[in-house]
Design a protein around this ligand. Structure first.
Ligand code: G
Ligand code: G
Ligand code: MN
Ligand code: NA
Length: 248
C-alpha cells in the first residue's frame, strides 16, 4: 500500500508530525499536553495514527516511528522551556504492540538524556491491557516509573480489568474514557461512575483526567463532581505546538 511505502519518506521529510492537545485544570490553567501523531499524505489525505502505527509495524519501522515521536516530543519540551512553560509535562501514547515488542524503556531514557529533558517531564499513556501485560512489560514500566516517567492509564474504564491495572505503585494518572464523559449531564449512571473513579483516584493518590469534554454542560457536570483535570474539543482541539503556545 502507498501508506506503507511512503512511511519512511514521511518520517524523514517531516511529513509525519505531532500535534498537541492540552489538559487543563478545572480553573483553566494548562496542566500538560498530549502528543498526537498527524500525517497529511500528499495523495491520501489525513492518515490516522492507528494506520501510521500499523503501517510501521508492517514494514519493520516500529522502532523508528517511536523514536521519531519521542524525539519530536523532546524538541517540543525544549520549545516549551523557551516559552516559559518548562514545568508542563508532555504525554506520549504507546500502543500495546509497541510496549510488548520494543525496548521502550531504553528508547525513552536514551532520547530524554540526549535532549536534556528530565524524565519527570514525560508521561506515557498506555491502556489497561498493557498495564496488565506480561512480566517483560511490567519490568519496562517499573524501570521508567523509577526514573520519574509518569505512567498514565488511557481510556480508563472500558478495558477488561480496570482495577487490577492500578495495583502496585507505577501508575500516576488515569484518563477516564470519553464514553463516560459524553452526555455526562444527562446520565446519572455516568455521573455516579465518574464520581466513583474520582473518589478512587483521591484514595489512591492518582490524578484523574476526564477526556473527551465536548460540551459546556459536560464541563459543568465535571466541576460539580470536583474533577480537577480535563481535556477535550470544548477546551482545545489538537493543534501544532506553535499555535497553542502563541495563543497563550
Ligand atoms: O489523535 P486521534 O484521536 O486521531 O488518535 C487516535 C488514536 O491514536 C488514539 O487512540 C491515540 O491514543 C492514538 N495515537 C495518537 N498518537 C499516537 C502515537 O504517537 N503513538 C501511538 N502508538 N498511538 C497514538
Ligand atoms: O485513545 P486516546 O485517548 O489517546 O485518543 C486521543 C484522541 O481523542 C485524539 O486523536 C484526539 O484527537 C481525540 N479527542 C480529543 N478530544 C476529543 C473530544 O473532545 N472528542 C472526541 N470525540 N475526540 C477527542
Ligand atoms: Mn491518549
Ligand atoms: Na484516551
Amino acid at each position: 500500500r502507498d501508506v506503507e511505502r511512503d512511511l519512511a519518506l514521511g518520517l524523514e521529510s517531516g511529513g509525519i508530525v505531532l500535534w498537541y492537545q492540552p489538559i487543563f485544570t478545572a480553573g483553566g490553567e494548562l496542566h500538560s499536553f498530549e502528543a498526537l501523531l498527524r500525517w497529511l499524505h500528499p495523495r491520501h489525505g489525513w492518515v490516522s495514527p492507528e494506520q501510521i502505527v500499523h503501517a510501521a509495524a508492517a514494514t519493520g519501522l516500529a522502532r523508528r516511528l517511536l523514536s521519531h515521536v519521542l524525539t519530536q516530543v523532546c524538541l517540543a519540551a525544549r520549545q516549551l522551556d523557551a516559552a516559559g512553560m518548562g514545568h508542563l509535562p508532555l504525554a506520549v501514547n504507546v500502543s500495546p504492540r509497541e510496549m510488548a515488542h520494543l525496548d521502550v524503556d531504553d528508547l525513552v531514557l536514551d532520547t530524554l538524556q540526549r535532549h536534556g529533558v528530565p524524565p519527570r517531564r514525560l508521561q506515557l499513556e498506555i491502556t489497561e491491557e498493557v498495564a496488565l501485560n506480561a512480566e517483560s512489560t511490567q519490568g519496562k514500566l517499573a524501570r521508567l516509573a523509577a526514573t520519574g516517567v509518569a505512567i498514565s492509564i488511557d481510556d480508563f474504564g472500558v478495558g477488561y480489568s480496570s482495577l487490577a491495572s492500578l495495583r502496585g505503585d507505577h501508575v500516576r494518572q488515569v484518563k477516564i474514557d470519553r464514553s463516560f464523559i459524553s452526555g455526562l449531564d444527562a446520565s446519572r449512571d455516568n455521573r455516579l461512575l465518574v464520581g466513583t473513579i474520582l473518589q478512587m483516584g483521591r484514595s489512591l493518590g492518582i490524578d484523574v483526567v476526564a477526556e473527551g469534554v465536548e460540551r459546556v454542560e459536560e464541563l459543568m457536570a465535571l466541576r460539580a463532581l470536583q474533577c480537577r483535570l480535563m481535556q477535550g474539543y470544548h477546551l482545545c482541539r489538537p493543534a501544532p505546538l506553535d499555535e497553542i503556545v502563541h495563543a497563550r
